[in-house]
Design a protein. Structure first.
Length: 147
């Protein structure tokens, strides 16, 4: 998926306000911030072991394999504050290998707490990451089609 994001770098400043308030670069930057934040949360020590937690919104999202546009609210920590530069985005995508290595080193039951979907261990997080990044790639494609 990193290669897909990398392919959009030349048009990182493209916008289409009718599609999204964010530029292409902001969508890429958001995905990087989300991944980095989740890995840090999964690495953090927990007071209790992972325990599966049922979630109707997660069941809906994971079954359909999509996130409905305009329905999710990103936490402040992963919202881009401005349009990142090409150099910043390139650096972040280059750092993705290190992020992947950190993630791969985590045990299967490492988890983090999603504000809507509850506790997500590695297999559940893998599914969410795929759905989330595809969601943003679709938005990027729509922005570029209009820009």
């Amino acid at each position: 998926m990193i290669d897909a994001f990398r392919s959009y770098l030349p048009r990182h400043q493209a916008t289409a306000p009718a599609i999204s308030a964010w530029s292409v670069g902001q969508h890429i930057h958001h995905c990087y911030l989300a991944t980095n934040t989740v890995i840090a949360e999964m690495q953090a020590p927990k007071s209790e072991p992972y325990r599966y937690q049922f979630s109707i919104p997660r069941l809906f999202c994971f079954t359909l394999g999509t996130i409905p546009r305009g329905k999710g609210k990103a936490p402040q920590a992963v919202i881009p504050t401005d349009t990142p530069t090409l150099e910043q985005l390139t650096r972040e995508l280059d750092q993705s290998d290190a992020l992947t290595a950190r993630y791969d080193a985590l045990p299967r039951d490492a988890y983090w707490r999603h504000p809507v979907f509850g506790r997500l261990n590695k297999p559940l997080n893998d599914r969410l990451t795929t759905i989330h990044n595809h969601h943003h790639i679709k938005i990027i494609k729509d922005i570029l089609a209009r820009a």
